[in-house]
Design a protein around this ligand. Sequence first.
Ligand code: FES
Length: 139
Amino acid sequence: MSDTYTLYNPTVMEHFMNPRNMGDLKDADGIGEVGAAACGDIMKISVKIQNGRITDARFKTFGCGSAIASSSMATELIKGRTIEEAMNFSNQEVVDALGGLPPVKIHCSVLAEEALKAALEDYVKKNPDSAKAQIAVAA
Ligand code: FES
C-alpha cells in the first residue's frame, strides 16, 4: 500500500474501499446535500422515513477517502434511529465508529452530520404535519 493510505486506519480504509449504502434512494423522503468550503467536496445523503424512524439511507459523495468512509459509516449508524435521535447525531460518533480520523480530516465527518441534518430538515419541510406526529409517536 502506498504512503497515501498510511493516513487512515484499517476501518477507514475498509469503508473507503467497500462503502456501504452508496447511491440514491429512488423514493427518498428527505435529501440533504452539503459542501465543504475548505476543500470543495460534496456529500449527499438520502433517507427513507417510516413511522418516525429512518428505515434506509444512501449517500453520494464527491470527495476524499475520509469523506467517503464518513458517509458510509454515517448511513450505517443512522438506520433505525428516530428523527429526533438522528437530529442529535454528531460527527464525533462517525469519528469514534471509524476508530479515529486524522485532525485535518475531521471536517469530512462534519460533512456527514450536516448532510444528514439537511436531509431530515428536507423531510420535515416537505411533511410538516406528519413529521411532527411521527416525532411524537416515535419518542
Ligand atoms: Fe474535505 Fe475530506 S478533505 S471532505
